[in-house]
Ligand binder design. Structure first.
Ligand SMILES: NC(=O)c1ccc[n+]([C@@H]2O[C@H](COP(=O)([O-])OP(=O)(O)OC[C@H]3O[C@@H](n4cnc5c(N)ncnc54)[C@H](O)[C@@H]3O)[C@@H](O)[C@H]2O)c1
Length: 381
């Protein structure tokens, strides 16, 4: 018979958008339904969550809906409970550092949403504390697990691109202002004082996407702006939008490639998916999204000639080839949870730790600094 070990997981902020949908339902409950995480020796680890939040009624409703037995509003009590050695954090960003510090002090392993902190100093401090306390840590790197980016990973590994010259990416969509249609994202995202801002949100992702796929970042220049100065919140109250809602950035890589990424909550979508990256290399190019990936190899590249006097009949979009779906890609949040649980249970390798999270926070901070100062940041030339 398969041996199954229980792993108590403290899930803090589980009533939120990410905490509920991606971490509880799509990850922990899905893993439980599959009988736990399979380890290399054939045994299994069954995550056993305790739901933590501020509102007891909300927690009870969630627990009852999913047949779970444990919930509490007392974080300190559950941090003191040795039955729960892993602390997971999906709180609003402003509340994260304090909660993770307490969890590290209690000797818990840490799994957390990004960004890990609002400042690089705090993010680095968390990484240091975790190392000194000898606890393991993991930070969500979900975009790397998107089917489109996994296909891109394969293209890179197969040598398809030759030398990668440049990457240009568009992320964004129109987030309603909240007046005549309700906003589809929580209002704190648009208030700097509550930890909002697209730079701190998205550069935490762009850092790991770039460093894991294309190479380490040597400099950043960004222009962060607030296009929509006023929005209406969940209660119908108008508030000043103090956080940036668009960031236009150029990242230079140590290997010479240039990555240019636009992130915006004030843009209307004219592309196949909500995020798309075009990667151009000496031997071929690709355009990848959340799911899809199209390629154009060097030896199937058309030869356009610029002539403003004659309409061009060529269908340039028809020159690309969609990659086949050779695999079924699982929900990335779940896959990452499984990898982290293996890291905790049998020391399987895991590199997306609090230090990786801190590099993401540094990129946001340096991006905002470059926006304020008008010059590239990180390594100044
Ligand atoms: N990985 C991703 O793709 C991704 C996407 C969106 C958000 N996030 C991150 O996830 C985190 C949560 O974002 P969300 O969109 O789920 O937000 P949300 O507002 O839906 O949820 C926030 C959670 O924090 C709790 N909370 C709010 N204020 C609190 C306070 N004062 N004290 C204690 N708890 C408090 C709420 O009850 C809720 O459980 C953020 O750090 C955000 O950056 C990550």
């Amino acid at each position: 018979m398969t041996r199954t070990t229980r792993l108590g997981v403290i899930m803090n902020g589980v009533s939120g958008r990410m905490g509920y949908r991606q971490h509880l339902v799509r990850s922990i409950l899905a893993i439980r339904e599959e009988g736990g995480v399979l380890l290399s020796d054939g045994s299994r680890v069954m995550p056993d969550p305790v739901l933590v939040g501020r509102d007891e009624d909300k927690l009870r409703v969630l627990a009852e809906r999913h047949g779970l037995e444990h919930w509490t509003t007392d974080l300190d009590a559950v941090l003191a409970d040795p039955e729960y050695p892993l602390y997971a954090d999906f709180l609003v960003t402003t509340k994260r550092v304090d909660a993770i510090r307490r969890a590290i002090a209690a000797g818990k392993d840490i799994y957390t949403e990004k960004p890990t902190a609002e400042s690089f100093a705090d993010a680095l401090d968390l990484a240091r504390r975790a190392r000194e306390a000898g606890v393991k840590s993991g930070v969500v790197h979900d975009k790397l697990y998107l089917p489109g980016l996994q296909k891109l990973r394969r293209l890179i590994d197969s040598g398809f691109f030759g030398r990668i010259l440049s990457v240009r990416g568009e992320f964004g969509y129109w987030v309603f202002e909240g007046d005549w249609q309700t906003a589809q994202r929580p209002s704190w995202n648009y208030r700097a004082e509550d930890g909002g801002g697209i730079t701190s949100d998205m550069f935490a992702h762009w850092n790991y996407v770039i460093e894991n796929l294309f190479g380490s970042i040597s400099s950043v220049y960004a222009r962060a702006v607030t296009h929509i100065p006023q929005r209406v919140d969940e209660h119908g109250v108008t508030y000043p939008a103090t956080a940036d809602d668009a960031a236009y950035a150029i990242f230079e890589l140590a290997n010479g490639a240039v990555v240019q990424l636009n992130s915006s909550w004030a843009v209307r979508v004219h592309r196949k998916e909500l995020v798309e990256f075009q990667v151009d290399g000496t031997l071929g190019s690709a355009v990848v999204g959340l799911f899809g990936a199209e390629i154009q190899p060097r030896n199937a590249t058309p030869k356009p000639v610029w002539n403003p006097d004659v309409p061009d009949p060529r269908d340039y979009l028809g020159d690309w080839h969609e990659l086949p779906e050779n695999d079924v890609f699982e929900n990335g949040f779940k896959t990452q949870w499984e990898q982290f649980i293996r890291h905790v249970a049998e020391d399987a390798p895991y590199t997306f730790d609090l230090l990786a999270g801190a590099r993401g926070v540094r990129l946001s901070e340096e991006g905002l600094r470059s926006s304020a100062e008008g010059a590239a940041s990180i390594s100044r030339r």
